[in-house]
Design a protein around this ligand. Structure first.
Ligand SMILES: [Cu+2]
Length: 262
């Protein structure tokens, strides 16, 4: 009878915990399609992890309390039903975690596999914006090949339009990391790593280099500015037709973005 009562209590606690994490799940204020997919998976896994944690803790406390005056407790020798139960339960949970994770990892907005990433994903009326991202000690260059625009250290993007970043490096290992938008990939010399995303909210996001690359690594910062489509178009017009010429763009490579809070 007591076991049943404890099981009920544990179930109640689990439901309570699930209700408590609901607000966290509800605030889906994601800033990109990529970030949303990652957070949704995180929340999904929390729905499993929190009840399991509560259940295990409840059993632990119950056991400690129940056997506190027992000098010679007897271990369970063999209980086939119990063994089958926990094996099957574990398998079901792992299967769920595996399938849920795989589904998200297979999304091009999370794992962009190549230069044609997103072709099958984006809607027919959507046009992918391509940006070449080049890392070098210790700054970032952003080149919009189709628009003939180049900018240093500030990546300007339109909202609600799919963007494909081709990330590479001229000299050394770096990594393009924008935590606020759920974006991260390595930058290798002579190799292209792709990121596909669609910004869903305007604002400024901090860009970090996330691979130690030398004495200037901690200063290798940048900004991602997400603007409305109209503002993006006028930014392009202002900075456009530079003939795609090199680096300096409209900003000198510097540390002015370093003052931004992370
Ligand atoms: Cu670095």
């Amino acid at each position: 009878m007591k076991g049943k009562r404890v099981a009920l209590l544990a179930l109640f606690a689990a439901v309570l915990a699930a209700v408590a994490i609901e607000p966290a799940a509800a605030q889906s204020g994601a800033d990109s399609t990529t970030e949303k997919l990652i957070w949704d998976l995180n929340n999904q896994l929390m729905y499993i992890a929190v009840p399991i944690t509560v259940l295990v803790e409840a059993i632990l406390f119950y056991t400690v309390w129940k056997f506190k005056n027992n000098e010679s407790p007897l271990p369970t020798r063999e209980n086939r039903r119990l063994e089958i139960t926990w094996t099957v339960a574990t398998a079901v949970i792992l299967l769920f975690v595996g399938v849920a994770s795989y589904q998200v990892l297979a999304e091009p907005y999370v794992t962009a596999t190549g230069a044609d990433a997103g072709v099958d994903t984006v809607a027919e009326d959507e046009e992918i914006l391509d940006v070449q991202v080049t890392a070098q000690k210790y700054n970032w260059q952003f080149n919009y090949p189709e628009q003939g625009v180049t900018n240093a250290n500030t990546l300007v993007l339109p909202t609600d339009r799919p963007v494909r970043l081709n990330v590479t490096s001229t000299d050394w290992l770096h990594a393009f990391h924008v935590p606020g938008m759920g974006l991260k990939t390595d930058a290798f010399p002579g190799q292209s790593n792709y990121l596909l995303t669609k910004p869903t909210d305007t604002g400024e996001y901090q860009l970090y280099c996330a691979e130690y690359c030398g004495v200037g690594h901690s200063q290798m910062l940048g900004t991602v500015e997400v603007r409305s489509q109209d503002e993006f178009q006028s930014w392009l017009a202002e900075n456009g037709d530079s003939g795609g010429d090199t680096a300096s763009g409209n900003e000198t490579a510097g540390n002015e973005t370093g003052a931004l809070s992370p």
